[in-house]
Design a protein around this ligand. Structure first.
Ligand code: CP
Ligand code: NVA
Length: 302
C-alpha cells in the first residue's frame, strides 16, 4: 500500500476530508464520555519542531497518548537536524524507527523532501506556505456549530499567509465561497488561488469581504519567521482589524475564528475575541486534538 502523507489539505479528497472531520467528532464524544479508544496502541509519533508551538505540540502529544501510542519531541537544538544532517538522511533514519512523523518547519520544500524519503506518513504541522491541521479543526468547529460549510460564505481578513492558503484549499474541496481581503502586496500565492477554480476571490476592502459572511477568520499580521517585519506590517495592515463594527455587515449568525495565538488590538479586538456569542476560538483550539487524532488514524489505516 502506498504511504499517504498530509502536506496540504489537497492530499485528501473531499470525501476523505469530510470523513476525517466526522471521525474527529466521534473521537471527541468518546473522549468526553471517558471511553478509551486505543486505536494506535504501540505506535510512535515523531514530532519535529523547527518553530515554536503550544496547540500543535500539546494536541499531537496528548492525542497520541489518548490513542494508546506515544510521541517524541525532536527539536533542531538537540538533534543532528540542527547540525546540518541532510533532511533526506534524517527522514530515512527516523521513518525506520517510528510509525508516523509530523514536521513544523519554515520552507514547504523541507516537508516535501522529508516525505519523499520517509517510509511512514508525514504530516505538515505548519510550514511557511500551509497549515492544514488547523483547517481540519476549523472545519470541524464550523460544522459542529452551524452545519456543513458547503454553500456558505467565509471571509479571510489580513495576511495572504499559510492559514489563508489552507482556507483557499478548503474552499476548493468543500465548495464554499472564500472572500479574501488583504492589504495590497500581501495577497496569497496566485497559483494556489487559481487551483481553487474560482472559489476564492481577492480584494482589499474588509467591509466588502465580510458582507453577508457566515464565518470571518483572520491571523496575526506577522507570522513566525517575519518578526523583523512586525512594525512595518502593523502600519500596512491598519484597517484590517476584525472587530464588532466590521461584523455588523456579516450574516446574523456569523462566527469568528482565529488559529491562535492572537494579538489583541492588532488583527482582532479584545472584545470580539472574548465575545463567546460569535468567537469560537477556544472550541477551535480544542478541536485540534480531536481532528489530528482522526487524521493519524486515517493515515495509519485504523
Ligand atoms: N494554531 C497553532 O498552530 O498554534 P501553535 O503555534 O501554538 O501550535
Ligand atoms: N500564520 C501563523 C500561524 C501560527 C499558528 C504563523 O505561521 O506563525
Amino acid at each position: 500500500m502506498t504511504t499517504r502523507h498530509f502536506l496540504t489539505l489537497r492530499d485528501l479528497s473531499s470525501d476523505e476530508l469530510l470523513a476525517v472531520v466526522a471521525r474527529a467528532g466521534q473521537l471527541k464524544a468518546a473522549q468526553r464520555s471517558g471511553e478509551l479508544h486505543p486505536l494506535l496502541a504501540g505506535k510512535v509519533l515523531a514530532m519535529i519542531f523547527e518553530k515554536s508551538s503550544t496547540r500543535t505540540r500539546v494536541s499531537f502529544e496528548a492525542g497520541m497518548a489518548q490513542l494508546g501510542g506515544s510521541a517524541l519531541f525532536l527539536s533542531p537544538n538537540d538533534t543532528q537536524l540542527g547540525r546540518g544532517e541532510p533532511i533526506e538522511d534524517s527522514a530515512r533514519v527516523i521513518s525506520r524507527m517510528v510509525d508516523i512523523v509530523m514536521v513544523r518547519t519554515f520552507s514547504h520544500d523541507t516537508l516535501e523532501r522529508f516525505a519523499a524519503h520517509s517510509q511512514v506518513p508525514v504530516i505538515n504541522a505548519l510550514s511557511d506556505d500551509y497549515h492544514p491541521c488547523q483547517l481540519l479543526a476549523d472545519i470541524q468547529t464550523y460544522t459542529e456549530a452551524r452545519g456543513p460549510l458547503a454553500g456558505k460564505t467565509v471571509s479571510w481578513i489580513g495576511d495572504g499567509n499559510n492559514m489563508c492558503h489552507s482556507w483557499i484549499n478548503a474552499a476548493a474541496l468543500l465548495d464554499f465561497e472564500l472572500r479574501i481581503a488583504t492589504p495590497k502586496g500581501y495577497e496569497p500565492n496566485p497559483a494556489i488561488v487559481a487551483a481553487a477554480g474560482g472559489r476564492a476571490t481577492i480584494g482589499h476592502t474588509p467591509e466588502q469581504a465580510v458582507a453577508g459572511a457566515h464565518l470571518v477568520t483572520t491571523d496575526v499580521f506577522a507570522s513566525m519567521g517575519q518578526e523583523q517585519e512586525q512594525a512595518e506590517r502593523l502600519a500596512r495592515f491598519a484597517g484590517f482589524q476584525v472587530n464588532h463594527p466590521l461584523l455588523e455587515k456579516a450574516a446574523d449568525d456569523v462566527l469568528f475564528m482565529h488559529c491562535l495565538p492572537a494579538h489583541r488590538g492588532e488583527e482582532v479586538s479584545a472584545e470580539l475575541l472574548e465575545d463567546e456569542r460569535i468567537s469560537v476560538v477556544w472550541e477551535e483550539a480544542e478541536n485540534r486534538l480531536h481532528a489530528q487524532k482522526a487524521l493519524m488514524a486515517f493515515l495509519l489505516n485504523v
